[in-house]
Ligand binder design. Structure first.
Ligand code: HPA
Ligand code: ZN
Length: 324
């Protein structure tokens, strides 16, 4: 691991907390909750992390998180992630969770948000590691289900900084959620959405124009549309790019083909993130390292990406200044 990457103060902006469940924790929580898994052991589960595409990953991701039942489970998952990235010099993190993947199994939103938030507070107190929480709608579910989730979140409004959109992208365009995003906007939520991961470049412009998001999660499909790339650069719309995720979900066939340096050279505000590190083989430092080893990114280019993350995060100007 490069000493430059290790010592770089980092900000993470695209992290699904349920995607941090390592096989060891999946089995530990299953034992604690009396759940029998379809995999013999941790290594059998890890061996199944061989994905063809986004959907083949999502199937295992929704399966793995079924071991989460109690407030303590949500705390332990979140705390394990925070301990890990604290050691990697992450100074601020903006975390997604998928409420519907829990409430649809009968887990109250209070349990989910309570456990995650308790860990986030402890990391702030103990290490000064700051955070924001982003509630994501599952785009394969209906607009009505998203409205219902937004309503259920009302008691926790003060703990939620923003709204996101994730899960199966193709066939679930941004337009499906324009009305619920409009309501979230009225309620003061900040808005982001996954777009242009497996889906077309038009989903990126639709997320900007129909959902009125301020950041795009992934967005690598922008390279298919030069006019869109110019717009993203001109408007300084941040892209939360996840290099190892793109490789493991076969969005790119080889790290040498990754568009990160093209996007940076075109003047876009690209940032480096881990997405679902337990499933994609690496946390923040590993994602920076993959860009250096696989794509030939220089220390200067990695530094620019890290500064972009500070620019793109939701801290105040004073808090941002204190990060670097
Ligand atoms: N894409 C879409 N949905 C997701 C992802 C992702 O990378 N990770 C968790 N949910
Ligand atoms: Zn994601």
């Amino acid at each position: 691991m490069s000493a430059f990457i290790e010592q770089l103060p980092k900000v993470e902006l695209h992290l699904h907390i349920e995607g941090t469940l390592e096989p060891e924790m999946v089995f530990a929580l299953a034992r604690r909750n009396g759940i029998t898994l379809d995999y013999a052991d941790e290594s059998a589960l890890r061996a199944a992390y061989d994905f063809r595409d986004l959907q083949s990953f999502l199937d295992l991701y929704y399966l793995g998180m079924q071991v989460l039942r109690t407030e303590q489970d949500y705390f332990d998952m979140t705390w394990a992630y925070l301990e890990r990235v604290h050691r990697e010099r992450v100074r601020h993190t903006e975390i997604f969770f998928d409420p519907q993947a829990h409430t649809d199994r009968g887990i109250p939103l209070a349990v989910v948000v309570g456990g995650i938030h308790r860990a986030l507070e402890q990391a702030q107190r103990q290490w000064g590691l700051s955070s924001r929480l982003i509630m994501s709608f599952l785009r394969h579910l209906s607009e009505e289900a998203a409205f219902d989730t937004l309503r259920q979140a009302e008691p926790f409004r003060h703990l939620l900084a923003g709204i996101g959109l994730d899960s199966s992208e193709r066939g679930n365009p941004p337009a499906k959620f324009s009305r619920v995003y409009a309501l979230a906007r009225e309620q003061g939520y900040r808005l982001v959405a996954h777009a242009g991961e497996e889906g077309p470049a038009s989903y990126i412009s639709d997320a900007l124009d129909l959902l009125r998001v301020e950041r795009i999660d992934h967005g690598v499909a922008a390279t298919q549309d030069p006019a869109l790339m110019r717009r993203l650069a001109r408007e300084r719309i941040p892209l939360t790019v996840c290099p190892l995720s793109n490789l493991r979900l076969r969005v790119v066939q080889d790290m040498a083909d990754h568009p990160m340096l093209t996007l940076l050279a075109e003047g876009l505000c690209v940032t480096v993130n881990s997405d679902d590190p337990a499933y994609f083989g690496g946390y923040m430092n590993a994602n920076y390292q993959a860009l250096q080893d696989g794509l030939g990114a220089s220390d200067g280019e990695l530094l620019q990406m890290a500064l972009n993350s500070v620019e793109a995060c939701w801290l105040s100007p004073e808090e941002k200044a204190a990060l670097v």
